[in-house]
Every structure is written in structure tokens, then in C-alpha cells.
Ligand binder design. Sequence first.
Ligand SMILES: [Zn+2]
Length: 368
Amino acid sequence: MLGRGVLSTLYTLSQQKTYTLTLYLDIDQNKQSNRRRGYVVQGEALIKSLKAQQKRSDRFDTACKQALSLVRSLKPKGKTALIVVHPESKLRELVQIELPFPISIHWRRGAFLRPIVEAMDEHERYGVVLTDNQRARVFTVVMGELTEHEDLFSETGQRTRSLGADQMRSQKRHDQRHQEEMASHAKRVIDALHDLSRLIVGGTPKATGQLVRLLPTRLRGKLVDTVSMRVGGSQKEVLNKIIAVQMRMERDREKEIVEGVLAELHDRGKAVAGFAAVLDAVNQGRVWTLVYGKGYTNNAGECGSCDAYSPHAKGPCVYCGEDVHPLPQCVDRLSQSVIEMGGRVEVVDGDAKKKLDKPGGIAAMLRY
Ligand SMILES: [Zn+2]
């Protein structure tokens, strides 16, 4: 599975002067064309097309050979296979991802990880608790992968049916106690799930409300939504519901981020906008959050001497005066630099993107 840890390793290991090969393959076994190892044919075709455009070298051939052998040994489970190969550093990694990505191949400095960075943005680690007055189920979702944590749950005792007025009263107390036990148990389970970025509580309205009231402040701050849904639903149903909530929230969040940045765009504000200003802030290591519209691109250069980014692809470096060379896919490189410095990258779409277009389509919140 792909987490920020793996991503950061791939990024760090591939930061070399020499090129890295990155491949995204569609391995989704629900597609007819991918069965019977159709993805191997896909991989071979991609490499062939890249070979036709590239100057051939031994290390390029080695990288291709290593990538293909990874593809051939793959047992497809996910939707996409990400392959990263850097021969000298013995970096040979194949990661399966439960999300679809466009098929692509890249031979460049540093692994091409921008699609993943963008996806991670939209798929943080969610915790989901479904509860009614009978039981509770706990899930976590990362990058489209849903895991049910049955192991964290022990039975809280079965409700028993009984007759007679006294017994009815006793049953009622019993039910009440059972519900309380259930809710507090569910609360402990959520507590045990560390590093959740978001929490969704679903189920019947009454049970949902009870659980929400029990949440400690720390978790309440992470609660993003309560949804009514069947507690016994299939994992697919649960996942679809979560994705719908995520999409809506993501759009809201993007709007908020962009509004936050726009509000800080004044003389003594904590944000800058426009390509040149953002590059300058990245060079100085001041970027806390990089924000840009989906698909943003621009011409940029990288200094061969001091490694600074410049808002032009040729000419002298703004810092040291040495020549810069063109930096293709500059937004990926910027994003990766920001992530490496412990910052965040937010890719916005829809209304948020439109709003960001006015100050130049790219902006940054600064650390200081
Ligand atoms: Zn320079």
C-alpha cells in the first residue's frame, strides 16, 4: 500500500543528477484488456514509445529492462501499478494502488510522483464508524482502500428478548445499557485508531448522535460529517458513501484554502501569489502550503549551479547569475520540494480553481 512514507522514500531516493524511470500502468483486472497479462503488453508498448523518443544509453536500457521484469512478476490486485527505477541507487520499486491513474511513462530527474501527490490530497486517512443500537463497525480508508477493523471489536453482548411488564422494564434498562456500552466501546475503538485525519460517523440517527456526544474533543475536531446509512451495508456501499462525502468536503475545503490565501494577499500578509513570487518563496524554503489549480503549468528553469528555480527556462539565475536550464513539469518539482521541506501541496479544482485564476493560478501560504 502506498502511504506518505513510501512516497517520501521514492522521492528521496530518486533525487539524483541521473534520470529515473517512472511508469504508471493500468492493471485493473475488471477490464477485459488487462486480463491474461494485458498490462505487460501495455508496459512493453510504453517503453517502446519512450525508446523511440530518447537518446539511447546503457543506463536507460538497464532501467527499462528492470522495469519490465518488475511488471512481468507482478500479481495484479489494485487498479494501478506504479514502477520507479533508478539503476545506480538500486531503486526498483513496484507499488499497487487502489485508484485509477492515467497510463504514462517518464524518464527524468526524480520520480514522477505528482499524480500521487494530487490523489493523496483528495484521499487522506479517514476513519468511519457505522453504528445502530445493535452493533458498530469501524473502517479506515486511505487512497481508496477500505479496511474493516473487526479485530478491534469484541462483542458487547447480545440483546435478549423477554416478556412481561417487569421484564419489559428490565429489557428497556438492558437495551439502554447495551447502547451506552456500544457507544463507549466504539469511542474506544476510534481512539485506538491513531493518525486519522478525518472521521465520519454513520448509521441510525439516534445511535450516531449518541456516539458523537461521547467523542472526546480531539476526535470531535476531526468529525467531518454524520451520514445516515445501513449499518449492515457491503464494504462497497460504505466506500461509495465515503467517496461522496470526501468529494463534497474536498471541494469545500479547497474553497476555504483559496479564500484563506486570498485574504493574506496584502502588504504584510502571510501569502504570495503568481508564479515568480511562489518560486522565490520555494527557493527560500518559506512555503507552508503550495496551492495551484489542477493542470497548472508554466515555463521555469533550474540553476545548474545553486539549484534555485527561476521563472524563466533560459538565461541567468536570479540568485547567482549562472545559466539555468529548462525545468519540464516544473509544478511536480516544486510540489516535491515543498513536500520535502515538510510543507503541503493543495491542488484545487472547480470554483476554488476559478478564484485562484485571478492572482495567477498558483499561490503559497508562507511559514513566516
Ligand atoms: Zn543559481
